[in-house]
Design a protein around this ligand. Structure first.
Ligand code: ZN
Length: 310
């Protein structure tokens, strides 16, 4: 039993307006869902993805205005890698520079070209040439052209506190293939995923804050598989949150032994389950159990501008 790949990555913003402008206006992603943090309804939870919110394309942000800046270090995610066509990297370099972002060229571990840069709050990102990898997305082309569109999340780099234990979770519990002891891959039918496990040695522990990643979610087929994973994790002595109905998908969370929060999430029901696919993200979406509190929730949220493509 393997996970299907990356399902979503959830990060933290203290400047949600700038965040919205950057991810929709500069990176050209679609705001597919404007909701609230289900555990803290005073905070927006924004979801950026492809046109339809395909699993594996979804980068989401909690809006926590008073949180401290992210402190990089052990037990955190140090990089999130987004997939683009290799032929678009030069155009991306130019586009990022035009928006005041300074990208740097380098090669990843596999020798693929990539551009690394930071979002306005220091979130560490890379755009990578994803040629040859499984891909099933519907590019959002209202801001950047089809040939440049971000095609999802390839993976994350982890600064693990216990690299050996993290490697074991990835290979023995989640079904990743170990490429070279550092790079771990899932070659799914619909999306691929790569996790890099760094061994930061002397570095201090980090702390998740604005500009950092809160958790990484991996996709599973359905509820049955989610529950099977729950048993598998329990047998390995890893405590989980248990089954949680997030309405757009069903989840369970656990902290991997290297210190990073992982989630397993079902592929469905998906983001179009409560909104017209042509108008995703335009209104505040609440799962049914929060609907009775809509008036209070809306009153307490600050207004948010619309993405410029609307
Ligand atoms: Zn999540």
């Amino acid at each position: 039993m393997n996970v299907l790949g990356i399902h979503h990555v959830t990060a933290v913003s203290a400047k949600i307006v700038e965040n919205l402008e950057f991810y929709t206006g500069v990176l050209g992603m679609r705001l597919v869902k404007k909701s609230v943090n289900q555990d803290d309804v005073s905070a927006y939870h924004l979801f950026y993805a492809d046109t339809v919110g395909s699993p594996g394309t979804d980068l989401t942000f909690f809006d926590w205005p008073s949180i401290q800046p992210n402190r990089p270090g052990v037990a955190t995610v140090s990089l999130t890698t987004l997939r683009v066509a290799g032929s678009s990297l030069k155009a991306w370099e130019q586009r990022l520079k035009e928006h005041g972002v300074v990208p740097e060229w380098d090669l990843d571990r596999k020798g693929r070209d990539r551009l690394t840069f930071a979002d306005p709050e220091g979130q560490q990102l890379a755009l990578i040439d994803d040629s040859g990898l499984a891909n099933q997305v519907v590019p959002w082309t209202k801001v950047v052209p089809n040939e440049m569109a971000i095609r999802g999340i390839l993976g994350v780099d982890l600064d693990s506190a216990r690299p050996d234990a993290t490697r074991k979770v990835l290979t023995e519990l989640l079904g990743f293939d170990d490429v070279d002891g550092t790079r771990f891959v899932i070659k799914g039918e619909h999306h691929s995923a790569e996790v890099l496990v760094n061994d930061p040695q002397e570095r201090a522990f980090g702390q998740v804050g604005a500009g950092g990643v809160h958790h990484v979610a991996f996709g599973v087929q359905n509820d049955q598989e989610l529950l099977a994973f729950q048993d598998k994790l329990a047998s390995a002595g890893i405590r989980t949150s248990g089954y949680i109905d997030r309405f757009y998908f069903h989840s369970l969370y656990f902290r991997e032994p290297g210190g990073v929060l992982f989630e397993l999430a079902t592929e469905g029901p998906g983001f179009a389950s409560d909104e017209d696919p042509d108008h995703l993200g335009e209104k505040l979406a609440l799962p049914p159990f929060l609907e009775p509190q809509r008036a209070t929730i809306e009153r307490d949220l600050k207004p948010l501008p619309e993405p410029k493509y609307l």
